[in-house]
Design a protein around this ligand. Structure first.
Ligand SMILES: Nc1ncnc2c1ncn2[C@@H]1O[C@H](COP(=O)(O)OP(=O)(O)OP(=O)(O)O)[C@@H](O)[C@H]1O
Ligand SMILES: [Mg+2]
Length: 613
């Protein structure tokens, strides 16, 4: 039960509120008990004195035996009788009713205070859980986030978290309050009539058994339901992300069909779940009413036979007993809810406990980059992929060198870049910088050394400046302008309505492909990294734009080390070394002239592109 323990630890951060909640609940329980017990003296005033209104003979006259027979209530009864004798029955009655109203006010004020402290606990714990989850998501390796998982993660962070807040933390109050209320009531019941109470207690385990059976079944169903909902949201997420494709290919009916299938599955599961959940209330109500009926029979007989239980006390007993039922029922409801919430808590726990396959080193060694980057016999397959993307990849890039990676689509060029950034770890072999295994350096430090322009430039719905500085807390306006200038991005940024402060839409949707790439280049340059990795950085630019960016890149690469991945061979001609890859292996390497002279696959590729051009 570690997840409940972890959750409880979060709750304990709100110690003061928790203590407040429990204390106010206890106080509220005592007060409400008094409010209900007030029925006993009320009845006594009404009936005992009612018969004796004519004569002022004194209220105790007719019922000497019964009223004084109860050890606990005898004192109170005597005091009450004395009060009635002194001030008259009607006055006593009014005072009683006034006291009830005052008690009810105090009780409800106290109850409000208990909810007041609960509000901080439940929203606070939900907030902390959300932060924990988000931190975890940021720490997880990129390989974790498949398309299917994205929607599921969103579902976990919203639906499951809400379920935990509502079902587990929200019922916390019940879990503390109901037992106090039940215990206090039981003590009172024992005080009034221990025989009757013992008798009633026999039925409690029976009721408990029935209720717990239903609750267990509910939990399994709730877990399956949440998983289904995760699927559903994945589908939605995927469709929203691919709206252009959905419309362009007139695929809406097919997407609808797939969605409907999941929607129907979810409907069936949830219907089953609610059928079970709704069963809990009638079952517990039936059980409790049966117990009351039995009590009425047994207690009524005791009263009729005059066996140590007078009428008004029995009615008081029944009122108090009926007050056990709401907390007992809310307790059983709470058990249901907690079971339902536990399924969601499990799902949150799965994320919190997910293995970070690219783990941070415990004792990171300081990173330097003075000599070289070395891939040594690296074998790598993507998680779940049957084939390796890299087979014994060997490459050393000296500091200051520009190496171009070329090769057919799918030959593993992007994979090399990802391993250098340690987005994945190789299964065999190592990647080193200055001799240090990347697994032993802090990934933050590693990534600060590298500027990466991805094949698919990822932009955020924020201003141009924020996209270049990537939420740098202290953005350097001068620098942003300078790197945008170098990337030849300033030309189009100046045309935007608000220049660098223009918001560029979801994923940079308001920019063209080439403009997005130029922003991505500017971003990679912003932190002035000693190593640059450019993956197809110029592919979306027209000939003129490409020439400008190419010239700019050559300028910024001076004094830097660069790995340039490109399909257009004209852009890599001036690299110090060109490495040709095929199916995860290096098949050729050398300068442009050397490779042309060798008449190998590079020469073939160049010839092909010249034909096309
Ligand atoms: N996230 C992934 N999960 C599983 N397999 C992947 C993943 N990314 C790439 N692959 C596979 O790994 C191999 C190498 O892919 P990589 O992206 O490195 O190719 P590339 O040389 O960059 O191709 P391109 O020129 O088209 O960008 C391919 O066979 C590809 O199918
Ligand atoms: Mg690629």
């Amino acid at each position: 039960m570690r997840r409940f323990r972890d959750l409880f630890r979060l709750v304990l951060r709100y110690r003061l509120n928790l203590i407040g909640n429990i204390a106010f609940n206890a106080l509220g329980s005592v007060l409400s008990l008094f409010t209900f017990l007030a029925i006993v003296p009320f009845l006594r005033i009404l009936f005992q004195t009612g018969g004796a209104t004519g004569g002022a003979a004194g209220p105790a006259s007719g019922s000497e035996g019964s009223a004084e027979s109860h050890p606990v209530f005898a004192g109170i009864t005597r005091a009450l009788d004395a009060y009635v004798a002194a001030h008259g029955a009607e006055h006593a009655l009014l005072m009683m009713c006034g006291a009830i109203a005052v008690l009810a006010f105090i009780k409800n004020a106290v109850t409000y205070l208990s909810f007041y402290s609960l509000s901080t606990i439940r929203t606070g714990v939900a907030r902390d859980l959300r932060s924990q989850l988000f931190d975890r998501i940021l720490a997880l390796p990129v390989g974790y986030f498949t398309e299917q998982r994205k929607g599921d993660l969103i579902s976990r962070m919203t639906n499951d978290l809400m379920e935990v807040e509502f079902s587990v933390i929200g019922t916390l109050e019940v879990l503390f309050k109901a037992p106090i209320m039940i215990l206090l009531s039981l003590v009172t019941l024992f005080a009034i009539s221990w025989e009757l109470t013992l008798f009633a207690l026999v039925f409690m385990p029976v009721a408990g058994f029935i209720i717990s059976r239903i609750a267990m079944a509910l939990r399994g169903a709730a877990g399956r339901g949440k998983a289904r909902l995760g699927d559903l949201i994945s589908r939605l997420e995927e469709t929203l992300g691919a709206m252009v494709v959905v419309k362009a290919f007139d695929a809406a009916p097919r997407f609808r069909g797939r969605f409907e299938e999941h929607n129907q599955g979810y409907f069936q599961l949830m219907r089953k779940l609610y059928k079970r959940e709704y069963l809990s209330s009638p079952v517990s109500e039936f059980v409790s009413m049966t117990v009351i009926a039995i009590l009425l029979a047994v207690g009524g007989r005791l009263v009729l036979r005059g066996e140590g239980l007078e009428g008004e006390l029995f009615i008081g007993y029944l009122v108090v007993f009926s007050q056990i039922i709401p907390p007992a029922r809310s307790l059983s409801d709470a058990i249901f809810k907690v079971q339902k919430g536990a399924a969601s808590l499990d799902r949150l726990d799965e994320v919190l406990q997910a293995e970070v396959s690219v783990a941070e080193p415990d004792d990171p060694q300081p990173m330097t980059f003075q000599r070289e980057i070395a891939f040594q016999r690296v074998h790598f397959a993507y998680p779940g992929a049957p084939d390796r993307a890299l087979h014994g990849f060997d490459l050393t890039v000296e500091k200051g060198e520009t190496v171009a990676l070329v090769g057919a689509s799918g030959s593993g060029k992007t994979t090399v870049a990802r391993l250098l950034l340690r987005l994945y770890d190789p299964q065999e072999g190592v990647v080193r910088i200055d001799g240090a295994d990347l697994c032993n350096v802090a990934s933050g430090e590693l990534r600060r050394h590298i500027g990466f322009v991805t094949q698919d430039p990822l932009l955020f719905n924020d201003t141009v400046a924020a996209n270049i500085a990537l939420f740098d807390p202290t953005p350097d306006g001068e620098r942003i302008r300078a790197v945008a200038e170098i990337a030849h991005a300033m030309e189009f940024i100046d045309q935007l309505s608000e220049g660098l402060e223009t918001t560029i839409g979801d994923g940079g949707g308001r920019l063209s492909g080439g403009q997005r790439q130029r922003l991505a280049i500017a971003r990679a340059l912003y932190h002035d990294p000693p190593i640059l990795v450019l993956d197809e950085a110029t592919s979306a630019l027209d000939a003129e734009g490409e020439r400008l960016v190419q010239a700019a890149i050559e300028r910024v690469m001076e004094g830097r080390t660069a790995i340039v991945i490109a399909h257009r061979l004209s852009t890599v001609r001036r690299a110090d070394r060109i490495v040709v890859m095929d199916k995860g292996r290096i098949v050729e390497s050398g300068s442009h002239d050397e490779l042309m002279a060798a008449s190998g696959s590079y020469q073939g590729m160049v010839a092909l592109q010249q034909l096309e051009g």
